[in-house]
Design a protein around this ligand. Structure first.
Ligand code: FAD
Length: 413
């Protein structure tokens, strides 16, 4: 038996806890979460919750088994001692553990100018409370919403704004929406979708400054294209930062990509030593995926958090018997379009559209690197990705033989 402590009480921690109980673990389980809420689902936050079709309170993750766990919610872990095997909490409590799961995920990157970020109406969206707050602001009918950053969360937010009939400007430093993650044709298609749905999309543009009125509410944004926009709500959708500061001094190998672990989710120390008692899973983990070479992978997707958590729980109980080799997969819904991704398109050097048409926002694109297929994107044809996933797993070459038939040649990205 023994005591398992899971730090982070969200998707990964919940699935690890469930797996432990399902596999017969009868010892003590403690989940420590900085947020006051029991585990909830984040993907609906930037979709149905913002649109007002689901209340933020109803995003709780279903629990498939009686966990019989101790919940320490609303209190963060502040230190880890891997030798003494203890975790210190912000309220001063010290928890001893036999096995520990690090599942502290990420937080939203805030607007970098603190005084501007503190203006009323400048928000981020990562938590249930963030989503409830932004939903209330959107429901109040602002004159204009400014979304900074056209990644997935920014694009979904803009999509909801248009669904609500709100005027929205999206400012993106890169050449196209989603360009960092998907590049090339996907960015072209995404840009077209934004504009078709009435988003004022400014690419290759930056927000230089945000200004407030005398009451401290945001009212204006200065852009690098010279424009000055009147705005009431600013959503900073600037990506995520891994929650690793509490591990300072723990001796674990940690950097901006997260906590290093092996394919069995065992944490790696600075000196390269593998820790059998400290496991890592979810958005905070960074590990070598056998399909994607030496450069460790850090994946911020729902499916990965669930699968990696199950592997971590298995390692806790049985040692390194099950490796985490699942292909990353991801979905998004925006502007009425379904996007599904497998593999790691962000690491590709070439892309080829192999089915459908980018113009009609219904296509499949494949991604290659160094002559190998490493990713696929299906827009409005979600089932198509499964066969490409199998080919990525089989280490198929790139471009695929079928590309030659009627598809354009691969382009460099
Ligand atoms: P998280 O969910 O980030 O949870 C980590 C938890 O740990 C947090 O509650 C945090 O407060 C807590 N914590 C942090 N530090 C400490 C500490 N020191 N002590 C105690 N607790 C701590 N993925 C998809 O695949 N498809 C989507 O469409 C999609 N949409 C998304 C939309 C939004 C708005 C967001 C924010 C995410 C979306 N994701 C999506 C990503 C997905 O939600 C994440 O991959 C998933 O939540 C990761 O789970 P996790 O348990 O690893 O981390």
């Amino acid at each position: 038996a023994g005591h398992v402590v899971l730090v982070g009480a969200s998707l990964a921690a919940l699935h690890a806890a469930e797996t432990l109980r399902q596999k017969g673990f009868a010892g003590r389980l403690t989940l420590v979460g900085a947020e006051p809420h029991p585990p909830y689902d984040r993907p609906p936050l930037s979709k149905r919750v913002l649109a007002g079709r689901l209340s933020a309170e109803n995003t709780g993750l279903p629990q498939s088994i009686e966990l019989d766990a101790e919940w320490r919610l609303g209190v963060a872990a502040v230190a880890l001692d891997t030798k003494g095997k203890t975790v210190t909490l912000a309220d001063g409590d010290v928890l001893g553990f036999d096995k520990l799961l690090i599942a502290t995920g990420t937080r939203a990157r805030t607007w970098p100018q603190p005084a501007e970020a503190a203006l009323d109406g400048v928000v981020t969206i990562r938590t249930r409370d963030d989503a409830r707050d932004l939903r209330a602001r959107l429901a109040a009918g602002p004159r204009r919403v400014l979304v900074i950053g056209a990644g997935f969360v920014g694009s979904e937010t803009a999509s909801v704004c248009r669904e609500l009939g709100l005027a929205v400007t999206v400012v993106e430093r890169g050449a196209a929406p989603l360009a960092g993650a998907l590049g090339g044709p996907a960015g072209t298609a995404a840009g077209r979708l934004h504009r078709h749905h009435g988003v004022d999309l400014r690419t290759s543009t930056s927000v230089l400054a945000l200004e407030g009125d005398s009451a401290g509410r945001v009212c204006r944004a200065r852009l690098s294209d010279g424009d000055v926009l009147e705005v009431d709500v600013v959503v900073a959708a600037l990506g995520a930062i891994r929650n690793v500061e509490w591990l300072d001094g723990s001796g674990l190998a940690v950097d901006h990509r997260g906590v290093r672990c092996d394919a069995f989710c065992r944490a790696i120390h600075d000196d390269g030593r593998i820790d059998d008692d400290v496991l890592v899973a979810g958005d905070v983990a960074c590990w070598p995926h056998p399909l994607f070479g030496d450069e460790p992978l850090a994946v911020e997707h729902w499916d990965n958090a669930v699968r990696q958590a199950r592997v971590a729980a298995t390692t806790m109980l049985h040692g390194p018997v099950l490796a985490h080799t699942a292909l990353p997969t991801f979905w998004s819904n925006q502007f009425g379009v379904n996007i599904k991704v497998v593999g790691v398109p962000s690491r590709a050097d070439q892309v080829a559209v192999v089915q459908g048409s980018v113009r009609d926002a219904c296509f499949v694109a494949t991604y290659g690197r160094a002559g190998r297929l490493i990713g696929a994107l299906a827009v409005n044809t979600p089932r198509a990705v499964d066969s490409y996933a199998a080919m990525i797993n089989d280490r198929a070459g790139f471009p695929l033989a079928l590309n030659a038939a009627d598809a354009p040649d691969p382009i460099r990205i």
